[in-house]
Design a protein around this ligand. Structure first.
Ligand code: SAH
Length: 570
């Protein structure tokens, strides 16, 4: 597998001296991002503060790593995590000045292919040390996309037999081996066998399966994974040759089919035909025998490995995500993964920019903050085409943000394609929680979350809720406390609060929390004026039990105790 068909590599530089080489490598892999040490290198795509943590995280996320530094540094850094992993991403060390390219890890992930590509781009040679690769010019255990290796352990023995001087014959079509320097002999005992049919492995054979088989499945099929396995076995077709499952578009939301595709490790594609036989015939008009129709499924075999992306379409995905307050370390990993797989990203421009950087192939749709319903419908239109779409909100998407708008758009729609989209809401750290954490625990007991914006609700309902929440002695979190078009509302809200709470009530003001230039202020209700607050501020109002005490550094802690009423005995 070359880098081009997996994840885009990360190019990691330690200092300025490596930037020119990094850029040359980036020309080779345009989707790759250059990661640079914060405060040491400018003009990179992403900055990091800890080199070790960054490298280990990339490795654990299966990102190919091109580190422009000494090989020893990379080895020492990754050593603690090496044993935890089975399959590993390619890891290479490249000399800062581009004169040396050293593949270190990921032999089965195509590291030597990458090393050669990079070395060619830098006009140097790759330090290939894998003996099979050196001798034959290819890694036999790492066939190209569209082909699957039968068994790794048997394969390793096969390659060591070859290295000990035996010759080999090739049975079946293996076009990528044409340029390899294999010791071919048609009478050889060792054979590389490329075929889609089931075959018991023998010690003298390297089995490689072309992924040229598709199974068309109907939604009514009970236990589809088992049915597919049985049908393939009965037709003497190897499971490793299965390239994809194909079903009717009406089955897009069929959980059993998705589970079956997942269990079989293949994609599930959708077409317009309904019966399994029709699907198979439509997708693969030039079949090899057998086309095996059975109840609810049909097997079709192509002459070549299948290009699955060109068969029908996939089920679209729409994820409504929360970025958290701003800083990358407060974004949940599921959201990062969702951003990485996105084809389209929609949202208010500030948040879309916060969610980046993006690759050249990702389409950004930046809109005005007010066009929520329109944005939600646009997202469904894109996802219904089979694309992977992300709608971004700051904080949590379910807190005065896009999740509710997206669900409302779906609820109002009778478009079955929209309802078939794989819709997920992924949470984020909301501004009230991010602010509270920095101040201590002002929301440590029951609290009430309110938006003070009367854009979408009448002002008198805000006053009523506020009054009742104050009567109930809840701590309060105000979102959207003030804006240019809503200048007087906060002052009025504070009048209501003051009818119930003492002037000593602790107030926490968090502005741009988790973003550059953040400020946190702890004052009292008596001191609070609307001028201290803007639309980027979170206002937390204490309850009657909220307390404040000094921190060692001169600032203050705020907390609302867990108990209420009489303090429990210790
Ligand atoms: N979905 C967001 C809230 C959107 S409403 C969330 O869960 O956080 C926008 C309001 O949230 C702003 O007016 C401000 O009151 C608050 N807010 C959002 N991000 C903030 C931040 N980083 N620091 C302080 N307040 C923030």
């Amino acid at each position: 597998m070359g880098a081009s068909d997996g994840k885009a590599p990360a190019i990691v530089v330690l200092g300025k001296g490596a930037l020119a080489t990094a850029r040359r490598i980036q020309q080779l892999y345009p989707d790759a991002l250059i990661h640079g040490m914060a405060e040491r290198v400018d003009g990179v795509d992403l900055t990091y503060s800890g080199f070790g943590a960054t490298l280990r995280q990339l490795y654990q996320q299966d990102t190919p790593i091109i580190a422009l530094c000494a090989a020893g540094i990379v080895i020492r850094t990754l050593a603690p995590v090496l044993l935890e992993k089975g399959a590993e991403p390619p890891v290479l060390a490249v000399a800062e000045d581009g004169t040396a390219v050293v593949p270190l890890l990921g032999g089965l992930g195509g590291v030597n292919v990458m090393a050669r590509e990079i070395a060619a781009a830098l006009n140097t040679s790759a330090a290939i040390t894998t003996s099979g690769e050196l001798r034959f010019g290819t890694c036999l255990l790492n066939p190209p996309p569209g082909y699957a290796l039968g068994d790794l352990e048997l394969g390793k023995r096969f390659v060591s037999d070859l290295l000990s001087g035996e010759s080999v014959r090739i049975e079946g079509a293996a076009p990528w081996l044409a340029q390899a320097q294999l010791p071919e002999d048609e009478h050889a005992q060792l054979a590389i066998h490329v075929d889609y049919r089931e075959r018991d492995p023998s010690a003298h054979e390297l089995l490689i399966y072309p992924r040229n088989v598709l199974v068309a499945v109907e939604g009514s099929l009970p236990d589809p994974a088992e049915a597919v396995k049985t049908a393939l076995h009965d037709s003497r077709i190897a499971l490793q040759s299965l390239a994809c499952l194909v079903a009717n578009s009406g089955e897009m939301a069929n959980a059993a089919l998705h589970a079956a595709a997942h269990a079989l490790g293949v994609p599930l594609r959708f077409v317009e035909q309904t019966s399994a036989t029709e699907i198979a015939q439509q997708v693969l008009p030039q079949l090899l025998p057998p086309l095996t129709p059975m109840k609810g499924l049909a097997i079709a075999v192509a002459a070549q490995p299948l290009d699955v992306k060109r068969i029908g379409r996939s089920r679209g995905r729409l994820a409504v995500i929360g970025l958290g307050p701003g800083a990358a370390e407060f974004m949940i990993p599921a959201v990062k993964a969702e951003l990485a797989r996105a084809n389209d990203v929609l949202g208010y421009e500030t948040y879309v920019r916060m969610a980046g950087p993006f690759r050249a192939d990702q389409v950004l749709h930046c809109t005005d903050n007010r066009e929520e319903m329109q944005r939600a419908r646009h997202a469904f239109e894109l996802a219904a085409q089979g694309r992977s779409v992300v709608v971004v909100s700051s904080g949590d998407p379910g807190v005065f943000a896009m999740a509710a708008a997206v669900l409302e758009a779906l609820h109002e729609s009778d478009n079955s394609e929209w309802h078939a989209v794989d819709l997920a809401i992924l949470p984020g750290v909301s501004a009230s929680l991010a602010t509270a954490a920095q101040a201590g625990a002002p929301l440590g007991h029951d609290f009430c979350v309110m938006s003070l914006s009367d854009n979408l609700k009448p002002w008198d309902i805000i006053e009523k809720r506020l009054d009742l929440a104050c009567q109930a002695d809840l701590a309060l979190a105000f979102y959207n406390p003030i804006s240019r078009s809503r200048p007087w509302q906060l002052g009025r809200a504070l009048e209501i609060v003051r009818q119930h709470r003492s002037p000593q009530t602790p107030i926490t003001l968090g502005r741009d929390i988790g973003r550059p230039g953040q400020t946190l202020r702890i004052i009292t209700l008596g001191e609070l004026t609307p001028e201290q607050v803007d639309m980027r501020t979170m206002v937390l109002v204490g309850s009657s039990t909220t307390s404040v005490f000094p921190r060692a550094d001169g600032s203050q802690w705020v907390y609302t105790p867990r108990w209420y009423g009489d303090k429990p005995a210790k």
